[in-house]
Design a protein around this ligand. Sequence first.
Ligand code: SF4
Length: 366
Amino acid sequence: MFGLKLNGTDHSDEQQLARLARKIAASMTHSWQIMEVSGELTSTMLRHDLFRYLPPDLKIVHGPGCAVASVPVHIFDRAISIAQEPDVIFCATAELLRIPGSTKDLLEVKAQGFDVRVVYSSIECIGIARSNPDKKVVLFNVGFESSVQMDALAVWQARRLGVSNFYLLSDHANLPPVVSRVLADRDSQVNAVLVPGQLACISGFEDYEPIAETMHRPIVVTGFEPTDILEGILKAVNLLEYGKATVENQYKRAANRQGNLEVRALISEVFEVCQRQWRGLGVVQAGGYALRPEFSAFDAHQVFAPLGACEVEGTGCISSEIWLGMKSPLQCPLFGKTCKPDSPQGATMVSTAGTCAAYFKHQFKK
Ligand code: SF4
């Protein structure tokens, strides 16, 4: 069945979205502000212009849902420094190569002749290390649990196979504590939160239950299709209207309360939760993952010489207010002028999944 495509949705989607929109409007007796915390959710909302379905007294804001955007500049400086060491093969995703440190990015390091490679999976680096025993192979990776699980497997395999020239430089993020941090902000106007269903497929959503309870805000695990998002919003509105601060799962077809126990066991065998500096938000307790001490021989943070920390954001950047749900990228005077994806001035523009980068892409595509 072929349908007319509007903003990437077909006719039947349109009917379903319109039906959900009517339900949302009919359920509301108050103004509400709902925060979504996922670059994917931001992108889908903008790509399909889901805002046009929502009543004017329902405000959607975008929280800190992009792990790459949350990496401090000094981590990129560290990566650049290691990539320039002799005998290092430096591996990362294509996106991480183009994110600037204080003075340059990894693409420039590659152009200078250093051995910087794009890899598509963490486990690929084990093969590179085994083929190059006289080199130090460093994998640079950043992400939420979907990336953590891949790195956990790579490090676990490196130990099992006795690969002693593989190192991981990671700055992985743990989302629930940062959701708690945002909701605890005394200026926060956020009434409810949509969290990404794909992470719940791995780690479940039980960690959000005490957050919903102590912060008195409902949390809804939400999928990425346009209808998922409006369904998630409808669930959040209903919870708000009934005064229930609980966790609901819209993404039941893939996510459950406990997640994938096998993958969680692998992650917790290799990594432990640690405090993490979130660019734009500061230090978040339990906001990241670090390799456990028994895997320290693979930890590039420990094996390679440290650098001093350096500046965080350009003057005038309002990333932190965006991540707290207080401002939109369109309220930043630098947006689309001095700050663009190829000249980012702050956290939310550096990654394609960052809020400012997503707004830039959809604002200027027409
Ligand atoms: S547009 Fe740039 S400077 Fe403005 S908030 Fe976003 S990242 Fe910061």
